[in-house]
Design a protein around this ligand. Structure first.
Ligand code: CS2
Length: 416
């Protein structure tokens, strides 16, 4: 019998990554819930959950059919989520809810942690004994722990002591490191997939051939045999998360703003610019010192990253990556500055913060909205005339508690 996996946050990334890998593992169906916008549920439902995955290499495209989604539902269908989690055939919930999804108010009934808290209550009340695993697939270090804390906080906010007591015996929270670059797909990719697959595909995703998934080996219940597809089950995911977040994502965040300031629009254009590439290399040299892996392995990883960034056919957009800077700098950049002993010891990382402050200022002053959970505060801060005051205000909006903000603002000003 087919086992069931529920996914929360069915955006392009999960359609290019966790969903096709779950299909490849075999024997599972996926029920997908959207993020805040219900649109993709309508699109997927209209095409029976099927869509095309365009795998775009440096020279050729391959189109794969993904047809493992049995139902696609809007995030606010709480009745469906509760019923699905109460069902013993549901063993796994994967999540791609982005960094901001984890910081949501635990009492916000529309946010993923509170939705899960309620659905877990339904599972407990139904007397479903089978363990269930909540698997975070977002770009955060220790994402399983962060997810577990967010859900437990939501259970507490609901005053649900019975589910809080039941949780440790029935729910596993699992960390994973996820990696597959997935730019936004356009009409050209939809046409390509539609022609190959023989139906009008409006949910096409485009991605690179490379992918890497390291999953904590922490399931008491059933799970797809992802290791059969090439995913790695590991005792320790943290070191891989640090490697990927600080080197790949850290460089992306720098490229996104420094690249746009230098007049580029895509990742391959930005890394072809020697000045921008020099800044990436400086950031990598610092970040590498904080990742406990052999130097040769980190060197090889950087070379491989560069090859991926250079894929001109993928042409990942810098504007897409520049979104949510206050959340991304908090997990990709500030921890390195902190671990190296402060801004003075990490000029390459400080340059990324400086590029972000300059880029948001430029955007706001050109009348463009910066996509970020703190967009209104960014707009207000970016309009401050005094350089020192503006820098302090902007740096103060970056999330997390690491790194003294006055020292960081001073270093950013000195870097300008
Ligand atoms: C990017 C990521 O949007 C971003 O901030 O850095 O989406 C990146 O492409 C993925 O993490 C690659 O695995």
């Amino acid at each position: 019998m087919t086992a069931r996996l529920v996914h929360l946050g069915i955006g392009a990334f999960s359609r290019a990554f966790t969903v096709p890998l779950t299909q490849a593992a075999g024997g599972w169906e996926v029920v997908a819930f959207t993020g805040r916008s219900p649109r993709i549920a309508e699109v997927l439902t209209a095409q029976d959950g099927r869509y095309g995955l365009v795998v775009r290499g440096p020279e050729t495209d391959a189109v794969e059919l993904v047809d493992v989604i049995s139902r696609a539902l809007p995030a606010d269908d709480a009745t469906a989520l509760d019923a699905l989690l109460a069902d013993p055939e549901t063993h796994v919930v994967t999540l791609t809810i982005t960094e901001k999804g984890y910081g949501a108010d635990p009492a916000d009934p529309d946010a993923a942690p509170a939705r899960l808290a309620r659905a877990l209550r339904a599972r407990r009340e139904a007397g479903t004994g089978a363990p269930i695993a909540l698997v975070s697939c977002d770009n955060l270090v220790d994402n399983g722990r962060v997810l577990g804390e967010a859900v437990i906080a939501a259970i507490a906010a609901a005053g649900d002591e019975a589910t809080a007591a039941w949780f440790p015996g029935h729910v596993d929270v699992v960390s994973t490191m996820v990696d597959r670059i997935t730019p936004a797909a356009g009409v050209a990719e939809q046409r390509l997939a539609s022609a190959e697959l023989g139906f009008e595909d409006r949910a096409t995703v485009v991605t690179e051939p490379f992918w890497e998934w390291v999953i904590a080996d922490a399931f008491r219940g059933r799970r797809p045999a992802w290791e059969g597809t090439g995913a790695v089950l590991a005792a320790d995911v943290a070191v891989h998360e640090a490697r990927k977040l600080r080197l790949l994502n850290g460089a992306h965040t720098l490229l996104a703003t420094a690249g746009q300031l230098a007049g580029h629009t895509t990742v391959p254009e930005a890394v072809a610019d020697p000045a921008v590439l020099g800044a990436v290399r400086a950031l990598w040299a610092e970040a590498s010192r904080t990742v406990p892996l052999p130097a040769e392995e980190l060197d090889r990883y950087q070379d491989a990253l560069l090859r991926r960034f250079e894929n001109v056919r993928l042409a990942d957009s810098l504007r897409r990556i520049a979104a949510d800077g206050t959340e991304k700098l908090a997990v990709r950049t500030l921890p390195v500055i902190d671990e190296l002993g402060g801004p003075e010891q990490a000029p390459g990382e400080v340059a990324s913060v400086a590029a972000w402050t300059r880029w948001v200022t430029q955007q706001v002053r050109a009348g463009r909205e910066v996509a970020d959970p703190r967009t209104a505060e960014i707009a207000e801060a970016a309009r401050i005339d005094d350089d020192a005051e503006r820098t302090r205000a902007l740096v103060g909006l970056i999330g997390g508690s690491l790194v003294d903000r006055d020292a960081l603002a001073a270093a950013v000003l000195a870097a300008d």
